[in-house]
Design a binder for this molecule. Structure first.
Ligand code: FES
Length: 102
């Protein structure tokens, strides 16, 4: 069953950047893009790298280790060496707080 987990204040999500939060016992990366917030797992699907240490350009997060890129809107792997998409999660903003559906 889907649970909405309160993650962070909306104001604390950086615009055009990424931040890691703990939610529901896992580490989630939150991305601020054009006033929207997107959420994925923070761990790259290719290796031991955290996407919060990567570089966000538009809707694409680039892994800091081998420069694999994911679309933050749906977790889609966009280029090699990535083979697997990263899990993405629905986001809801309510009363100035960001909730993630896990
Ligand atoms: Fe992310 Fe290799 S660990 S691309």
């Amino acid at each position: 069953t889907t649970q909405w987990i309160k993650a962070i204040a909306h104001a604390d999500v950086p615009e055009e950047d990424v931040i890691a939060v703990q939610a529901g016992g896992r580490e989630i990366a939150l991305y601020g893009v054009e006033g929207q917030v997107y959420a994925t797992d923070n761990l790259c699907t290719h290796g031991n790298a955290r996407l919060c240490d990567g570089f966000l350009t538009g809707h694409e997060i680039e892994c800091p280790l081998h420069q694999g890129r994911f679309d933050v809107r749906d977790g889609r792997a966009l280029c090699s060496p990535l083979r697997d998409n990263v899990a993405s999660y629905p986001v809801r903003i309510e009363d100035g707080m960001v909730f993630v559906a896990l």
